[in-house]
Write a protein that binds this ligand. Structure first.
Ligand code: GAR
Length: 207
């Protein structure tokens, strides 16, 4: 994927909650040298801190709730239309707690990223930190990956490891992971925006 050089990449960020990853991307985007313009933030629910962060930064937002559509496929198509309307070079799930359907994925092939609070392929799903802790691992971390049709199964772009400490509970481990996660996500999105990227089978390379 090669983007127009010298023009900031158009990025749409999808959120469902706190939005600290979004905040990190917004902060990085303030520097023109970062090469990213967060053109919109989309959510599947109202009244979340992530939307407030986007609005405070003057970024356009949209909310489409599954409950307001007759079928999940209708929601998926409408959500894809809303994202596509912002003509993104890259779509980034940052704590977006919905699985995109095949219709959505087909609209943004190899340009839809997600971030997960575990070292995939270990502990996919909604509770990466909780599941790693329950398993008793000594190291966990975060993974940024290109979304495919599975649950957290797509080609991996970057990972970082984080120690699990004896006194950890889910919240303390997740917070330690999120510090690394924000760093990795900001780094990866910026490099992809500036350098482009290639997905060959399961290998993702940023030149
Ligand atoms: C992040 O840790 C992200 O990896 C996780 O939600 C958190 C959102 O934090 N996502 C998932 O677990 C998806 N399976 P944030 O709202 O503060 O960015």
């Amino acid at each position: 994927m090669r983007l127009s050089s010298g023009v900031p990449a158009r990025v749409v960020v999808l959120v469902s909650g706190t939005g600290t990853n979004l905040a990190a991307l917004l902060e990085a985007s303030e520097d023109p040298a970062y090469g990213v313009n967060v053109v919109a933030v989309g959510a599947d629910r109202k009244d979340i801190p992530a939307l407030a962060r986007a609005q405070a930064a003057g970024v356009s937002t949209f909310v489409l709730r599954v409950a307001d559509f007759e079928t999940r496929e209708d929601w998926d198509a409408a959500f894809a239309d809303a994202v596509a309307g912002h003509e993104p070079d890259l779509v980034v799930s940052a704590g977006f707690m919905k699985l995109a359907g095949s219709g959505f994925l087909a609209r943004f092939p190899n340009r839809y990223l997600n971030t997960h609070p575990a070292l995939l392929p270990a502990f996919p799903g909604m509770h990466g930190a909780r599941d790693a802790l329950a398993h008793g691992v000594k190291v966990s971390g975060c993974t940024v990956f290109v979304v495919d049709g599975g649950v957290d199964t797509g080609p991996i772009v970057a990972q970082a490891a984080v120690p699990v400490l004896d006194g950890d509970d889910e919240a303390s481990l997740h917070e330690r992971i999120k510090v690394e996660e924000r760093r990795v996500l900001v780094d990866v999105v910026g490099r992809m925006a500036r350098e482009g990227w290639t997905v060959t089978g399961r290998r993702v390379t940023i030149p």
